[in-house]
Design a protein around this ligand. Structure first.
Ligand code: SF4
Length: 255
């Protein structure tokens, strides 16, 4: 939070969370008319969480109009029911086994156009291969931002999470152009069917690596192409090399 303060006229002896926000003129006018909760629910949620977590039960919110330097101030009291709901929402997001429902199905929707995750969310074209996109990784709710790996059966350091390893298998929901139909935890493969009906595996003998499957928008077309499949059968080279090299030794990884 931006700060904690004492000495506000309405309750001089009570600690307040202090939050400062800048606004464009239109946003500032809406804030003046409707107050923080209605005009900027995301700011209201932010200070509600700050209050709940800090144990301070009120906030002094100060908005500034970037165009005119006018100020708007408001005191906000902690809504404990809303705090509990926001915490539950955060937990649902953190523990969701698949990407959340899209805010809109069209990548041209104005919010989607401004979102840095739009390509990943709408077309599976910018999947980064690290533990966060691997079906073996779990965010654990105890400890401090603890993640574990079911394949290696241990916790992962942050450096390991960012690197991933050769045992990486994509979270199935990330491949929007295919449907998972089978899998083997023991042999570490997942079988899929493309929308055109071609079956393939992520991992396993003759399967595709996660690196290959995340190579771009045309992967589905290549997998569906008889010519590409014939080439692959005749020249079974593949991009199994994982870059950067994983912190977890490849010898620990079942293929
Ligand atoms: S260490 Fe490897 S197998 Fe484990 S979660 Fe990360 S990428 Fe997946």
């Amino acid at each position: 939070m931006d700060g904690a303060g004492l000495g506000f006229a309405e309750a001089p002896k009570s600690w307040h969370v202090v939050e400062f926000k800048t606004h464009g003129d239109k946003s500032f006018r809406t804030l003046e008319s409707n107050g923080v909760q209605k005009a900027k629910p995301e700011h209201w949620a932010q200070v509600t969480l700050y209050m709940g977590w800090s144990g301070i039960d009120r906030t002094f919110y100060l908005g500034v109009n970037k165009n005119t330097d006018e100020l708007y101030s408001e005191r906000i009291e902690l809504d404990r029911a809303a705090f509990a709901q926001l915490e539950n929402k955060a937990q649902r997001i953190v523990t969701s086994p698949a990407p959340l429902e899209r805010i809109n199905e069209s990548p041209d929707f104005f919010v989607c156009k401004m979102c840095p995750a739009a390509a990943l969310c709408h077309s599976s074209t910018s999947i980064k291969i690290n533990c966060r996109t691997c079906l073996h990784a779990t965010p654990e709710l105890d400890g401090v931002a603890r993640w574990s790996c079911a394949l290696h059966k241990r916790d992962l350091s942050q450096a390991e999470q960012m690197k991933g390893c050769q045992g990486h298998r994509l979270i199935p929901a990330l491949l929007t152009w295919a449907t998972p139909i089978d899998g083997s935890a023991e042999a570490n493969w997942v079988q899929y069917k493309t929308h055109a009906g071609t079956e393939f595996t992520n991992g396993g003998k003759d399967g595709y690596s996660s690196v290959e499957l995340s190579a771009g928008a045309d992967v589905a077309k290549a997998i569906d192409s008889p010519a590409v499949q014939a080439l692959r059968a005749a020249f079974p080279g593949s991009n199994m090399t994982f870059t950067p090299r994983a912190a977890i030794p490849d010898s620990e990884v079942p293929y």
